[in-house]
Write a new protein. Structure first.
Length: 462
């Protein structure tokens, strides 16, 4: 549970830690103090991430409304060949190079032809929307990344990822993701370990109490309901981060958990073509024949057909349905023979690769469609609520300067070395794997030491 402050003994009604050598009696002061500092200092980053995440959860519906004209067309009785639709897009933008096409998956949807055009930003292509019945171009928009996000959703996504501040802005989201699981787990441990007369109030707010205790009850109960989702968002969010994300990629590679892919560079497929009696310089069979070959292998819409990157390379046809049950099979189709030269089935992915795919799609709101987006919105609202309640508890303690009064320092002295040493090693290891968390944790320790020195010199405790 994300908190912005420990409300202290005045709310918990738990006596000060004694010299009893139990693990919890020793660790509780450390967790309370860490929870306090992480809440006060990291909560603003979490609040921004939650607000932008809430907006992103609605971005799919926003995209459908804003670009309804481009994304839809009157359903006709027949559809033009895919090659004719691509030709219409080429005619509208002859200066670009066609890289892929996404046929309309259902009646009433337009075909999206992706064109690589000079002057566009990195990972951005021109999306030309074609009416499959008439060949009419209904509009042209920029399309970002493999998700095919159109301008409004791409803008919201960038806001959530890095606040439109470039690489510098990615620090905010990585810092939030790095600490979210810490404050969530710490808050959960503190809340579950509290003494209570009615266990029902572990998950339901106690409305019989007032003041700080009532605020804490709401804070803890909401946190219990949200904690699993917050841990999921933290773990999956780190996969996109700059520094921790690089460590995640290295770990996945070392454990052979990477996502498999078909090699479409042209080398192996060119050799296969020559062996089969075809020539890399032969006539291209065309996108219609490629689509038929993929359909014969069981691939169905929504699809993306990617053009060969160079002579001798194959077409790549991929299912792009990321909603459960996931359909992400793909095949390579020889450009001169029209034969399938390689297949990759999602069912053959390793469990780790499948979990990574599902985790990313769940974080993006794709895995369960609208239900997924509603769940993300509820998690965002829950996180905002936790932060607001946490700051309310902190403010009601009337801090006049600094951060207010955290839990008394020095709790580590009550922890046995047999427990403290492994925890310290774990903290160092986590700090190395999550660099921004490690740096900020070191900053917390420096701040805490400085405040302690100030108190010893006779200044008011802050």
């Amino acid at each position: 549970m994300t908190s912005t402050a420990d409300v202290g003994n005045s709310v918990d009604h738990v006596p000060p830690p004694s010299r009893e050598r139990t693990a919890w009696a020793a660790l509780r002061p450390l967790i309370l103090r860490l929870h306090f500092y992480a809440g006060v200092l990291i909560a603003p980053f979490l609040l921004v991430a939650a607000c932008t995440g809430l907006l992103y959860a609605a971005s799919y519906q926003i995209e459908q409304v804003v670009y309804q004209h481009e994304l839809t067309a009157p359903a006709g009785q027949t559809s033009l060949p895919l090659s004719a639709q691509v030709a219409a897009a080429r005619a509208a933008h002859p200066q670009g190079t066609v890289t892929a096409v996404r046929p309309g998956a259902e009646p009433g949807q337009t075909t999206r032809v992706l064109i690589n055009q000079p002057g566009l930003a990195e990972s951005t292509q021109l999306a030309v929307f074609v009416d499959p019945s008439t060949g009419q171009v209904r509009g042209t928009l920029e399309s970002y990344g493999s998700s095919g996000a159109l301008p409004v959703r791409a803008w919201i996504s960038t806001l959530h990822r890095q606040l439109h501040l470039g690489e510098t802005g990615r620090i905010y989201s990585e810092l939030a993701a790095s600490w979210l699981w810490v404050v969530a787990l710490g808050g959960l441990i503190l809340w579950v370990a509290r003494r209570r007369r009615n266990r029902r109030h572990l998950i339901v707010p106690d409305r019989a109490v007032g003041g700080l205790r009532r605020t804490l009850s709401w804070h803890g109960s909401v946190g219990v309901w949200a904690v699993l989702g917050l841990l999921f968002l933290s773990a999956t969010g780190l996969t996109w981060s700059k520094y921790a994300g690089a460590n995640v990629d290295e770990l996945r590679a070392a454990l052979n958990w990477t996502t498999p892919s078909i090699d479409v560079s042209g080398g192996d497929h060119a050799a296969h073509t020559a062996t089969a009696g075809h020539h890399a310089g032969g006539a291209d069979v065309g996108v219609d024949r490629v689509a038929q070959a993929a359909a014969a292998k069981g691939l169905s819409g929504p699809l993306e057909i990617t053009w060969p990157a160079k002579a001798g390379a194959p077409y790549l046809v991929k299912e792009i349905d990321k909603t459960a049950p996931t359909r992400l099979d793909q095949v390579a189709v020889d450009a001169t023979s029209g034969q399938v030269s390689a297949e990759l089935r999602f069912a053959d992915y390793s469990l780790a690769a499948k979990l990574a795919r599902w985790g990313i799609d769940g974080h993006m709101g794709l895995l369960f469609g609208l239900a997924n987006q509603i769940l993300l919105a509820l998690l965002a609202i829950g996180l905002i609520t936790l932060i607001v309640l946490g700051y309310r508890m902190w403010w009601r303690r009337r801090p006049t300067r600094g951060f207010g009064k955290p839990y008394p320092r020095g709790g580590w002295r009550n922890v046995s070395w047999a427990l403290l040493a492994p925890l310290a090693l774990l903290a160092v290891a986590v700090g190395v794997f999550l660099p921004l968390m490690g740096i900020s944790l070191a900053a917390f320790l420096v701040i805490d030491v400085l405040l302690g020195l100030r108190a010893r010199l006779g200044s008011p405790q802050t």
